[in-house]
Design a binder for this molecule. Sequence first.
Ligand code: PMV
Length: 360
Amino acid sequence: MEANSFILLRNNTTPHNGKFTWSSPSNIALVKYWGKKENQIPKNPSVSFTLDACKTTTSLSFAKKEKDNSFSFDVVFEGKKNEDFKPKIETFFKRIQTYLPFLKDYHFTIETENTFPHSSGIASSASGMSALALCLMSIEKEINPKITQEYFNQKASFLARLGSGSACRSIEGDLIVWGKHENIEGSSNLFAIKYPYTVHDNFKNYQDTILLVDKGEKQVSSTVGHNLMHNHPFAKQRFKQASENMTKLMDVFKTGNLNAFIDIVESEALTLHAMMLTSMPYFILMKPNTLEIINAIWAFRKQSGLHISFTLDAGANVHVLYPENEAEKCIEFIKNELVAYCQNGHYICDTIGFGAKLKP
Ligand code: PMV
């Protein structure tokens, strides 16, 4: 599939006005995407669990305007007009206008809210950009009702990627691959796909408790972080390792080997942060409590024999992962020993989800 095949041809009539609402989840990568080429093309493949509770709901209202050469939109975040998100959305619109030539025909009102608290340190770009991309695809579907569900999802993922790379993995669930991998049929750098092979029951309803260690703004954005992978001394080796870890995870998904899963996923999280530590300029996104939590998880895993593990995003928060049938004991441990390391004791219990939903 070429990017050009996602261009909507301007030969149909377009609606005068309307409104669509989508709710789209966040996702957590198991093999991390860190480093990209032009046009949001990843340097290595990644795979993620789609989340369920952490999501963004976005309503997109649209009304025909006098056609001029500009984008016209307002953003309302959690009930209040918001100017801060506008530059990112303007950039997104510029990147996708070739594929959605109707964008300049409308004035849009984008009303959006997250289920997770604002500035919780949980990135809302994946859920936010995917929700917006899906609303735009609903307009395309109204213009061209013949498009298939497969095309709808692929193009939604393709568009979301141009808003924020990892957002392309938030359209569907529960296990999602983005980036070309030689052993994964249908995998693409342009959009994400559902993991196409059988997954062992050990991974059904996998749990993710997100410990909010630091709710402040990140000191270094992921855009800056990705760019620091250009000329990074370990970049080449890192991209190769990510591909190899994908291959290893394929075997893990098949066999349900939880110990091997833990080794790969924790190594991926620490490698992501190792890339930050060894960038020039270098930076640290983990906080002292991130390390306290990691050490406590390791000690508890050793003592209990449970399959509890962690992964990290580009921030200080810790995603604690464990299988559903070990949930009771893991939650007890989290409440008794880990919540003390969270800012104001805040944490979110989430589980693997099945993707975005159109709201009536
Ligand atoms: O989607 P971005 O550009 O914000 O990059 C996110 C990268 C990580 O969250 C650190 C890893 C990943 O694969 O999601």
